[in-house]
Design a protein around this ligand. Sequence first.
Ligand SMILES: C[S@@+](CC[C@H](N)C(=O)[O-])C[C@H]1O[C@@H](n2cnc3c(N)ncnc32)[C@H](O)[C@@H]1O
Length: 212
Amino acid sequence: MNFEKKQVILKYLKEIINAPLNLTAIKELELAYQLLAMDSLIPLRENDVGNNFLDVGTGGGVPGVFIGIMFENSRGLLVDSSRKKIDFVREVCNKLNLNNLEFLNARIEEKKDLIEKFDSVFSRAVAELRVILELTVPFSKVGGKIFLYKGKNYKEELDNAQNAIKELNVKLREIREYNILEKERVLLVFEKAKENDPKYPRRFNKILKQPL
Ligand SMILES: C[S@@+](CC[C@H](N)C(=O)[O-])C[C@H]1O[C@@H](n2cnc3c(N)ncnc32)[C@H](O)[C@@H]1O
């Protein structure tokens, strides 16, 4: 990563770790750089993102802000159901002139107008795999990619997600394993093979009560 981009990332992280609301439990800059920024960027490759991307449940801007800084020619939409969080992230990004990013306070499953609009969809630490698949896959274009960040226990989640994978017409293309400060991490890369069944995503209480 070039020097300027690293400086922008560090400026962003300083704001996030000192935010009045608890956007992250991490309060030390170098740790935040590794556990938030590098965790988001290390498993990504040059042509992963495409022209536009969505980050579902971005919280303190993870991974969307770092992807926006790194891939400045891609446009990103960062969505979170918490107004306070998204307002704070928007304000910091505006201050840093991250003009390729947009922000939306919404529950993603209610945004039917965004269905099949994105080349790539990202999400980290929002829900177990079969749930987050239903909240992300519908928003990818056919042929687009869905990138889900998981910890070392991903195999069990993957076993439980087989029906969701079938129902949502996605294929698991890659399992990218990596380490951040000796923590085992994984990026699951799915590709959307077919059009969305319009019944997905369902309402949130349905998704949770009867996960695919
Ligand atoms: C544990 S935080 C993770 C934040 C960030 N992605 C990260 O890795 O640090 C989960 C976030 O997802 C948001 N969220 C949960 N369900 C959502 C939904 N259905 N639509 C949009 N945001 C959602 C919550 O408001 C919260 O900010």
